[in-house]
Design a protein around this ligand. Structure first.
Ligand code: SF4
Ligand SMILES: [Zn+2]
Length: 371
């Protein structure tokens, strides 16, 4: 994963900053991390090699921005505008920005930000309950296309379910603190956030144990070299739809198994595209139909309690409506019964994308005669 550090150095503002690794690393080489300065890599996203190609290639993966500072640090206010320009220029890259200063976001985005940029993920750090309750309402209220949360170093028990329920948080990562002065991280805290993620269908990653790890009341000192490996070994990360034991309710069905079950239902089998529908799909093209599907799913299916549930999908008039009935994506009752997606909660972005995929898969099968 490429890292882009446009400037280096930061100012501590939060309990999570106490043992900041930027400070620790700088101290070890006699440098003062509170001095903030632009780096020679400031314009990395636009840098080219001798052949005139960009140094950062889309295939290199997500670009982590500002890992030795905070992107929204006030000292960097005059430099940030140029960074936004570079981010905008490189639509082919995805930028991941982690911040403890989400409260400065609004005054830091350019006018062109509008309703958010598709190629930017904003990740707010929440190390304890107090900072979670301060930052997450702000994160949720802002125009951002991709939001994530990091509880690292996790310093206490955190309840974030009410924020996860909004369906607006795409990923949560938890982990302990490393270094000689590391504060302890209790496995119970990690377990609780993970349970909340599972209930809300939000992907979860347990990234590292930290140096002082409490499990079942016992305290363990974990060597730096295995802190990440131990977390990984625990098998504790969770992806909706991949089926871990306590996520049974959320295991999304395997596509082929779903289609063969649907094929055995007389009711579902009644729905097919008419000649007029096929004509419409050909005229509009798949991408447009897919955007209609995403729109119907977002507006008519995603709310916690959709209006007219059970009757919100017309029987004809659009190929997507037919696809919804044919695949049991017509209402929340059918989504629960056929797809294991619980009613009474907002559909998160992963679930919405899954439904759109199923609908487009059915339309594709109808158009090409594979059933
Ligand atoms: S905001 Fe991040 S980089 Fe800045 S001092 Fe705190 S932990 Fe360190
Ligand atoms: Zn239904």
């Amino acid at each position: 994963m490429p890292i882009w550090n446009p400037w280096h150095g930061c100012r501590k503002i939060s309990p999570g900053c106490a043992n900041c690794y930027v400070y620790r690393r700088d101290e070890s080489i006699g440098k003062d991390a509170s001095v903030v300065a632009k780096t020679k890599d400031f314009d990395l996203p636009l840098k080219k090699n001798r052949k005139g190609e960009y140094k950062l290639k889309p295939d290199d993966g997500v670009v982590f921005a500002c890992m030795t500072s905070d992107f929204f640090l006030d000292t960097a206010d005059e430099w940030r505008r140029e960074c936004w320009y570079m981010i905008r220029e490189r639509q082919d890259l995805h930028f991941h920005i982690i911040t403890k200063r989400i409260d400065r976001f609004e005054q830091c985005v350019p006018p062109a930000w509008g309703s958010g940029w598709e190629n930017v993920t904003i990740c707010s750090t929440c190390e304890n309950q107090d900072r979670t309750d301060f930052r997450l309402p702000i994160l949720l209220s802002l125009p951002i296309k991709h939001r994530e949360v990091i509880c690292e170093p996790m310093l206490g028990e955190i309840d974030m379910e009410k924020y996860l329920k909004t369906g607006l948080i795409g990923h949560v990562t938890c982990g302990g603190e490393s270094g000689n002065n590391a504060r302890p991280c209790d496995f119970r805290w990690i377990q609780e956030v993970r349970r909340e993620c599972i209930r809300c269908g939000v992907p979860f990653t347990f990234k590292q144990t930290g140096a002082v790890f409490i499990k079942d009341g016992r305290t363990y000192r974990i060597d730096r070299s295995i802190q990440m490996a131990q977390a990984k070994k625990s098998g504790y990360s969770y992806t909706p739809g991949t089926g871990c034991a306590d996520a049974i309710k959320y295991v999304l069905p395997n596509r082929n198994a779903l289609f063969s079950r649907l094929a055995r239902s007389d009711f579902r089998n009644r729905f097919h595209l008419t000649d007029k529908d096929r004509q419409y799909v050909r005229e509009k093209g798949f991408e447009t139909i897919k955007s209609h599907a995403a729109d119907f799913v977002a507006k008519r299916l995603s709310p916690e309690n959709p209006a007219n549930d059970g009757k919100q999908t017309p029987m004809k008039g659009h190929p997507v409506f037919l696809a919804q009935h044919a695949t049991a994506c017509c209402c929340r009752g059918c989504l629960e019964k056929w797809h294991n997606i619980p009613s009474g909660k907002i559909l998160n972005t992963g679930e919405q994308a899954y439904i759109v995929d199923v609908l487009m898969d059915w339309i594709n099968r109808e158009m090409h005669g594979t059933k």
